[in-house]
Design a protein around this ligand. Structure first.
Ligand code: PRP
Length: 213
């Protein structure tokens, strides 16, 4: 039996995913210990787990370096990779939103050259240009995106809102909701053919665990 490799998005999603893998009989104990290691093996179940940056999870899965991945829908929408999205895991729930100063609510259409800062340029472009038919300028940032409207870099941002605390603490508000997000289980297309039985039993176990919650 060959090893199946699972790519986990480092951080909160990986922690939650590990709990599910443990509950279906996989051994993630080594990964639970804090270390700088990036690859972990469960010899008994012939599984490997790799910890990667969230935005790289779909890349590992598309190229087959990982058979399975656990990643947020935001990353899938942004990366647009060729893979199967199998299960909505129901955790890591949040929303993709257009945010900015509260006085801009309902007025975005009136701004002729709207500047939008985002870690998600593809999602932002699709939303404004394809859904709303509004031409915008996108400014790509890599973090602390909320600063954009505060220092005059952009009018608004397109970003994830979970608790809303970051917006509140920076005097910003949700202006428009783009879409809901949550963690997804994804599968490489060739792996799905070659290892259908093992992968489908994992997909089934994850679907059942997810519907329990
Ligand atoms: C994310 C997101 C928001 C924040 C939303 O940032 O980009 O800034 O979390 O969460 P909240 O609604 O619960 O406040 P992240 O922590 O990933 O850091 P970043 O600024 O480096 O993107």
């Amino acid at each position: 039996m060959r090893y199946l490799t699972v790519a986990l998005a480092k951080g909160r999603l990986a922690e939650l995913a590990m709990d599910i893998f443990m509950s279906i009989g996989m051994d993630c104990s080594e990964m639970k210990e804090k270390s700088r290691k990036l690859i972990f093996t469960d010899e008994k179940n012939k599984m490997k787990f790799i910890l990667v940056k969230a935005s790289d999870v779909p890349t590992y899965v598309e190229y087959g370096a990982a058979d399975i991945g656990i990643v947020g829908k935001d990353t899938l929408l942004e990366e647009g990779r060729n893979l199967y999205e199998m299960v909505d895991l129901g955790f890591g729930k949040c929303d993709m939103c257009v945010c900015g100063r509260p006085e801009l609510k309902g007025k975005l259409d009136e701004i002729p050259h709207l500047k939008v800062a985002s870690k998600y340029p593809n999602i932002a472009r699709r939303y404004f240009q394809e859904e709303k038919g509004q031409t915008i300028e996108i400014i790509k940032l890599n973090g602390s995106v909320e600063l954009g409207p505060l220092v005059g870099l952009s009018h608004v941002i397109v970003d994830i809102v979970e608790t809303g605390a970051t917006l509140r603490e920076n005097g910003l508000d949700v202006l428009e909701k783009v879409c809901p997000l949550s963690a997804r289980l994804i599968v490489n297309k060739v792996s799905m053919k070659m290892e259908k039985e093992r992968i489908m039993s994992m997909v089934k176990a994850f679907s059942e665990k997810t519907s329990e919650n």
